[in-house]
Structures are given as structure tokens and as C-alpha cells.
Design a protein around this ligand. Structure first.
Ligand SMILES: [Zn+2]
Length: 485
């Protein structure tokens, strides 16, 4: 949980689709069946862009944002659609991913930035994402989806704040992560290569990007949001195909020389946050601690938990009960309760005032009906800490309420101020760039310049195997700081 944002309900389903024919795309030279106009496409992209910013959050580093934006704009100006409302932003997400929204907005995660080895690699990925936009791949997919009567609406639960667990994450962003087909990926690879060459970058960097994605794919662990790997087909043949393309360019006498800018790039990502950022809240077992908002909260034993930009939530082992905590509205717990119950679909039951960990609080039972007609019952707690309102809901199908009532009471009642200085002052891990004065293996590097991640993670971000020799004078990434584990 991060910013003071509220759930955004999209109204995109209301957009009317009109047949606009089968025009030739200037980027690809192909005829496309697209049922939405470019104006609609742009409008949708801008709406989703707001949701991405609200739900994932931007990475707070104006200099890095500016840098990524400048590179992206230079590439976009080399495309066939320089006048689209392009934007290039870094989201505060540790996973390795990059994605494009219809009509111009493009995002890279801070996680993928930590894994690139040069500006040319960043340019290659930005170029590839620009290719998805100029190729109008999302519009094409949405047109297909429309044919299949796939709704673009958000969530299936009537009350926006009461979401199914699976919807908590990526609620409303589902359409963003359309998986493109292999043909679209090849086309974007080709377009991206063209844009990066025209912008003066060394196209061979794209091979390094595929190498990195391959390594990340091999080591892949689960992350919160979808990664590059779930939104893009495996890099397998794409690296070989890129090699062939570069060979044929060489054979045709084309120069592959261009900007690589490794030093400049590493200088830009020196100090960037690496991995989960505990400032956004973190778990110690079932206890959730939030250093900036200064609270702690205990989820019931055995529940699975998840922290997103908008809420922190848990689900019971039997997956029949949910507890979720988010920021509330209003100036007092009573006001927050009134606002919550003024929305349609939720009925207040018995309610009372009773302090929690010494904090002013309002409790209330409630019931709600889901869109598929199921009745949910639950317990809500509205509590105030340092002038901030928090809303915590526990809910379950009506016939399970008897079982879960004491569980909800126990968990909701655990909310309290965070006072442990070590927890309040927790810092994230960060990338630190070191120039080595003599040749050494990555293993030796890790001994001489200790990191707070293991050798495997170091190997991934540097793309050196553990016993591979790194030449003297090379700049190598290590990871410093963070909580000791
Ligand atoms: Zn792609």
C-alpha cells in the first residue's frame, strides 16, 4: 500500500465501438482490421495510464524519469507516428517488465532498469514497445476481444471496494496485460530495431536484452504483477532471429555502429531501489508493517497475503474469507463509516464505537450482494492514526460468518501504531556501481565488495556467470542496504 489513492472504476465499457474499416498501417505496411478509431484508442490508453499510475505508482526519481522520457521521445520521433501523445515512465515495481498502452503511454519497471547494461539496451526495449503502439497491436486485440464479447469492465463484484482476491491485484488493469502473439512480437522486434538504428543506437544491444530476459526467465520466481514473461512470448527464438537480422544488415553493407552508452546508463541507475521496497510496507510472517504510514496489522495464521499499491489483503486457507486494509476517507472514523455505507450495495448492520490499540475507531457489521447474487457478510473497522483514516474489512459468504466472526474480530483488533525504530527507519536495497581495479571472477567480486543479495542475483543483474572473469576497469553492479534477513 502506497499512495492515498482510491479504487478507480473504469467506464471504458461505455465507449462505443464503430467500424472504421481496414486501413493500411504506415509502420507495418499491412492492412489491419481495427474496430476502434485512433481517437478512441488514444482515449483508452490515457484512461489506463491513469490507472497504472494510481495502482502501481511511479518511481520517485525525477532525474531518472527525465532520462527515460528523453530516450523514449527521441525514438518515438523516428517512428511513423511521431505525433501520438507519447509518454515514457518508470513504475515503482521490482519485477522485470515493460509494457505499452494503446496510443502512446509506455512504461518500464525499475526492476527491468536494474537489469539493463547500457542505454542502448533500454532504447531497444523502448523501441520494441513503441512498435506495439505503432503496430496498433492492442487496438487489434481489443477489436478481436470485442468480437468475442469480452467485457472491458472492471471486476465482477458490484461494490468496487469489495473485490474478489484475484481482482485485488491488477483490478482494472487486466486489459493492459494483453498477451501479444508471436507475430506481433516479431513485428515489434523489427520495428524497435528500426527505431533504435534511426535514433543512432547500436542495434546489437538487442541481443543482450534477449540474453538478459532468458536468464531472468530461467531464474524466475513469482512476483506480484505480471512480468515481461507473462506478457511476451519466451525470448527463445527471438535472439537467434535478431542475430540473423543483424547478419543480413551486415551483408547488405549497413553499419551497425552506434551509441551504447554503458557508463552513462550505469551512472543513471546507480542508487536505484532494488527488489521490494519496504517503505511501501512489508511482511514479517503474518504481521504487516508500514514504516511511512506507521502502522502494524496482523493477518490470521495460515492466511495468504498480498501487498499492492492500493490495499493490503489476505485470504483464508479455504479461500472463503478475505481481509483487506486500505486508506479510508473523511475526517473521522464515523465519517469514514458514513461514506462507506452511503455507496450502493452495502448495508450496515449493528455498529458501535470502541478504541483499537488506544486509537479512535468505529466498528460495524455489514452485508453486501455480489453481481452474481451471492450475499456476503462482514465486519468493518474504521480507525484513525495520526490524522489518517484506515478502513479494514473482513468478509465471507453469509453462511460462513459464524465461523469467521471471531477471526475477523481478532485480526481487525490487532491494528496499532508502529513504534519500533528499526521498522520505522527501514531502508530498501539499492544498486551500487563499482569500478574494479583488477580482473576478478564474480565470486571474488562478491567477496571483496559484499552485497545484500546472493551470488545468483548478482549474476543475473550483471550477466556474468559466477566463475566468469570480469576484466579490470569494468563497472560492476552490487546491491547494498536493506533489511538483514
Ligand atoms: Zn512485446
Amino acid at each position: 500500500m502506497r499512495a492515498k489513492t482510491r479504487f478507480l472504476a473504469a467506464s471504458l465499457a461505455a465507449l462505443s465501438f464503430t467500424q472504421v474499416g481496414c486501413p493500411v498501417n504506415p509502420a507495418t505496411g499491412e492492412r489491419q482490421l481495427i474496430l476502434i478509431s485512433q481517437q478512441q484508442e488514444i482515449a483508452m490508453g490515457q484512461e489506463y495510464k491513469k490507472q497504472v499510475v494510481a495502482q502501481i505508482g511511479l518511481y520517485d526519481d525525477p532525474q531518472l524519469q527525465e532520462y527515460v522520457s528523453e530516450i523514449g521521445m527521441a525514438l518515438a520521433s523516428e517512428s511513423e507516428m511521431p505525433d501520438l501523445p507519447w509518454s515514457f515512465q518508470v513504475v515503482d515495481d521490482p519485477v522485470v517488465n515493460a509494457f505499452a498502452l494503446p496510443g502512446g503511454p509506455i512504461f518500464v519497471t525499475r526492476g527491468i532498469l536494474a537489469h539493463f547494461g547500457s542505454e542502448a539496451e533500454l532504447a531497444g526495449v523502448l523501441g520494441h514497445e513503441i512498435g506495439h503502439v505503432t503496430g496498433r497491436h492492442s487496438a487489434e486485440q481489443m477489436s478481436r476481444a470485442q468480437a468475442a464479447q469480452l467485457g472491458l469492465g472492471v471486476g465482477s463484484i458490484f461494490v468496487p471496494e469489495i473485490a474478489a482476491y484475484g481482482d485485488l491485484i491488477g483490478a482494472g488493469v487486466g486489459i493492459l496485460f494483453l498477451k501479444f502473439g508471436r507475430d506481433d512480437e516479431r513485428q515489434s522486434d523489427d520495428l524497435g530495431l528500426r527505431y533504435m538504428r534511426h535514433a543512432g543506437y547500436d542495434p546489437r544491444a538487442m541481443v543482450g536484452v534477449f540474453d538478459m530476459l532468458g536468464r531472468v526467465s530461467e531464474a524466475a520466481g513469482g512476483g506480484g504483477l505480471p512480468t515481461w514473461l507473462s506478457t511476451h512470448p519466451a525470448p527463445e527464438n527471438r535472439e537467434a532471429r535478431m542475430d540473423e537480422t543483424l547478419d543480413s544488415l551486415r551483408a547488405a553493407g549497413a553499419s551497425l555502429e552506434g551509441t551504447v552508452a554503458r557508463d552513462r546508463y550505469l551512472g543513471m541507475i546507480d542508487g536505484v531501489v532494488f527488489g521490494e521496497d519496504p517503505r511501501n510496507g512489508y511482511f514479517e510472517g503474518q504481521r504487516f508493517l508500514h514504516p511511512d504510514l506507521r502502522f502494524r496489522f496482523d493477518f490470521p495464521a495460515g492466511w495468504r497475503t498480498q501487498n499492492t499499491a492500493q490495499a493490503v489483503a489476505g485470504i483464508s486457507e479455504a479461500e472463503d474469507a478475505i481481509i483487506q486494509l486500505r486508506l479510508g476517507s473523511g475526517a473521522s472514523p464515523a465519517e469514514a463509516a458514513t461514506e462507506f455505507f452511503s455507496q450502493g450495495g452495502v448495508q450496515a448492520g449493528n455498529s458501535w464505537s470502541e478504541r483499537v490499540s488506544g486509537l479512535p475507531a468505529r466498528w460495524s457489521y455489514f452485508s453486501a450482494t455480489t453481481q452474481d447474487g451471492q450475499t456476503l457478510r462482514g465486519l468493518a473497522l474504521f480507525v484513525e492514526l495520526e490524522d489518517t483514516q484506515f478502513q479494514i474489512l473482513g468478509y465471507t459468504p453469509a453462511n460462513r460468518m459464524g465461523t469467521y466472526d471471531p477471526v475477523f474480530r481478532g485480526s481487525l483488533g490487532s491494528f496499532g501504531p508502529l513504534t519500533d525504530p528499526a521498522a520505522i527507519n527501514v531502508e530498501p536495497r539499492r544498486i551500487d556501481i563499482v569500478q574494479i581495479d583488477r580482473a576478478m571472477t564474480l565470486r571474488e567480486f562478491a567477496d571483496r565488495y559484499p552485497s545484500t543479495v546472493d551470488l545468483q542475483a548478482l549474476s543475473l543483474i550483471n550477466r556474468y556467470d559466477e566463475d566468469e572473469r570480469i576484466p579490470a576497469g569494468a563497472e560492476v553492479k552490487r546491491v547494498v542496504g536493506g533489511r538483514s534477513e
